[in-house]
Design a protein around this ligand. Structure first.
Ligand code: AMP
Ligand code: GLY
Length: 435
């Protein structure tokens, strides 16, 4: 468990893992890690109904409670799922207690927690991204807008639960977004703004597992952020995803490695940041090549649910090696040449005001070809499985083609019932025949 200062030539035991978080992403990570040969126990905190007896009652940011659990139970590795505890320094606290953690410290989490900081890093490192202005007052922001006289994208600097970005269609909309932000719409997250040139092109997510120095790339994934079919309606956390996204072929992924991810790791190191976790690059594939729209310091949700079933049982070893700064000791990560399809089932009223407490019936269990990952679920006092959040669960399936994978995912979803179940029938329309 302790991070040794000598340089061993093999990884230590990996029997007990603690995952921090409570969403579908964390349930999928737990499922994937449990396939590791040596794995005995995977705890999740605070977890959801899918965590069963291994759910703990510790809050994501309860560093002291997490450390106590790890030391008392010989936890070999902690994997932190969401951005909030990372930005709050939970990984730093665990590392200070000599516990191996997959997830960056608060310094590295600024990639996601401060858009201005991330843009500056990209600019310094020559990473392709939209031109930007970082501003701290309304007067300054409006002056930039007036001067460029184009509808800029307006972004709150800090963490705003995915709601801090306005892609304005005209200058008036951009102006309104600026005034709203400085009026306190995003609280302190909007005290500083990034104004950005608007880019055009399809979006794709690339995930790099990083040990502070080296990286391993996962297949590109595409998610569907809009609530309604045809990619319309309000933005959500994500209604479904698929991988590998053919938008980025092997050469495209290699280009992203060379122009985005390797320079990012280099720039982090130059700032003295030993980044051990996921670098999530949200990219737009523009006419001028891939450009970074945003960085996140964690796996995407639901991209993670989509990707995990494609990865080999050695994943836990790879995450552990990242946590220890020793990817050179990790086994090669096997990636199945299959298509993976993920459809999210949300509660009635999502995303504005999801209804809770509806009984859920599940007609199948996860296996090697199709999986059900819990998100907003819990057991009520009678032990019944009920809805407890906006995105309730995700069904994921793999196949030789996307048509096969999505057909299997939707067949499986037919075996899931709860009152008000809401999902899109057109996830993956870009890659399905007739889509
Ligand atoms: P973010 O929270 O930074 O991922 O932004 C949310 C969404 O806004 C992205 O997924 C894009 O669809 C869109 N977006 C962000 N920045 C830009 C940009 N510079 N040009 C066009 N669209 C953008
Ligand atoms: N699926 C987008 C995100 O996790 O931010």
């Amino acid at each position: 468990m302790a991070i040794s200062s000598t340089r061993p030539n093999s990884l230590p035991d990996l029997r007990r893992v603690l995952i921090v978080g409570s969403g579908g992403r964390e349930d999928a990570l737990s499922w994937a890690l449990q396939r590791g040969e040596e794995l005995e126990t995977v705890w999740i905190t605070p977890g959801n109904a899918g965590s069963g007896q291994h759910g703990l009652d510790l809050a994501e940011t309860d560093s002291r409670g997490l450390i106590e659990h790890c030391l008392g139970n010989d936890v070999d590795l902690v994997v932190v799922g969401p951005e909030a505890p990372l930005a709050a320094g939970v990984a730093d606290a665990l590392r200070d207690a000599d516990i191996a953690v997959f997830g960056p410290g608060a310094d590295g989490a600024q990639l996601e927690a401060s858009k201005a900081w991330a843009k500056q890093l990209m600019q310094d490192a020559g990473i392709p991204t939209a031109g930007h202005w970082a501003v701290t007052t309304e007067v300054e922001a409006l002056a930039v807008l007036k001067q460029v006289n184009r509808p800029l994208v307006v972004k709150a600097d800090g963490l705003a639960a995915g709601k801090g970005v306005t892609v304005a269609d005209n200058v008036g909309e951009a102006e309104a977004a600026i005034r709203d932000a400085f009026a306190g719409r995003f609280g302190s997250a909007g005290a500083q703004l990034v104004l950005e040139e608007r880019l055009q092109g399809p979006e794709v997510s690339v995930f790099a597992l990083c040990d502070g120095e080296r990286i391993v790339l996962l297949p590109p994934a595409q998610d569907h952020k809009r609530l309604e079919e045809g990619d319309r309606g309000p933005n959500t956390g994500g209604m479904g995803a698929y991988a590998p996204a053919p938008l980025l072929d092997a050469d495209g992924l290699e280009l992203v490695r060379q122009t985005v991810l390797e320079p990012t790791v280099q720039a982090l190191r130059q700032r003295g940041i030993d980044y051990r976790g996921v670098i999530y690059a949200g990219l737009m594939l523009t006419a001028d090549g891939p450009q970074v729209i945003e960085f996140n310091c964690r796996f995407g949700d639901p991209e993670c649910q989509t990707l995990m079933p494609l990865l080999g049982a050695e994943l836990g070893r790879v995450l552990q090696a990242c946590a220890l700064g020793r990817l050179d000791l990790a086994p090669a990560l096997q990636i199945a040449e299959r298509c993976s399809a993920c459809v999210v089932a949300a509660a009635a009223g999502y995303p504005e005001s999801p209804r809770k407490g509806d009984a859920i019936q599940l007609g199948f269990d996860s296996d090697a070809e199709r999986q059900l990952f819990h998100a907003g679920t819990r057991r009520n006092d009678d032990g019944e499985l009920v809805t407890a959040g906006g995105r309730v669960l995700a069904v994921v399936a793999q196949g030789a083609s996307f048509d096969e994978a999505f057909a299997s995912a939707y067949r499986s979803l037919d075996q899931v019932q709860f009152a008000g179940i809401t999902y899109r029938r057109d996830i993956g329309h870009q890659v399905r025949s007739g889509g």
